[in-house]
Write a protein that binds this ligand. Structure first.
Ligand SMILES: [Zn+2]
Length: 202
């Protein structure tokens, strides 16, 4: 078992998605600190902060149920969104990578900061294998700072082309030509081939 730990933020309602992510972690042998929105009992800020402090990266799992919670905008969502912001802030200040992984859903709430973005479901074998390599990298003290480039993936660093956004992040795993993705900060569509999304050379 690795001594490295990753911090996972998710809703326990996204059962299948979380199980998939867990399966990757088990395969790699990396430890997981789970932060489930349902089981956060205030004042939990200290436990969360410690969990992040002891982690090499934060992964926000954006599944179908999380997106549904947001669209219903119930009290539960206000609470959840508050913790998401807090966790991202702590991780950003600490300087560890922050990932958003979308399980074939379009993210529908803005994130103030992430530096790695994956919009392909881990149910896809190539995405599962990719995430396994990502975790193996963390296990070997390698990180995914922006802009990330490697011989296998080339340059993954891109930025949102809208003037009042310009969010920068690494976009992981090749998308199908018809795939729609939106910017995790301004929530506007990123069009891969037509100018809104400009590729930046590493
Ligand atoms: Zn944007």
């Amino acid at each position: 078992m690795s001594s490295k730990q990753v911090f996972i933020s998710h809703t326990q309602k996204d059962v299948e998605f979380c199980d998939k992510f867990d399966a990757v972690c088990v395969r790699v042998g990396i430890k997981v600190f789970r932060s489930e929105f349902e089981t956060i009992v205030p004042p939990a800020w200290g436990a969360i902060k410690n969990g992040i402090n002891n982690s090499v990266a934060l992964f926000l799992l954006v599944g179908k149920e999380l997106v549904k919670n947001q669209s219903e905008k119930n009290n539960e969502w206000n609470y959840t969104q508050n913790w998401i912001s807090y966790e991202i802030g702590v991780a950003c200040q600490l300087g560890i990578d922050v990932w958003a992984i979308c399980d074939d859903v379009l993210i529908n709430f803005p994130m103030p900061y992430i530096n790695n973005y994956m919009t392909v479901s881990l149910g896809r074998p190539d995405a599962f294998t990719y995430m396994r390599r990502v975790l193996e990298n963390y296990d070997s003290d390698r990180t995914f700072k922006y802009p990330y480039a490697s011989p296998e993936e080339g340059n993954t660093g891109i930025y949102c082309g809208y003037d009042n956004c310009k969010m920068e992040f690494n976009l992981h795993v090749a998308l199908s030509p018809e795939a729609r993705i939106i910017c995790p900060q301004c929530l506007r569509p990123l069009i891969l081939s037509e100018g809104h999304l400009r590729l930046r050379k590493a």
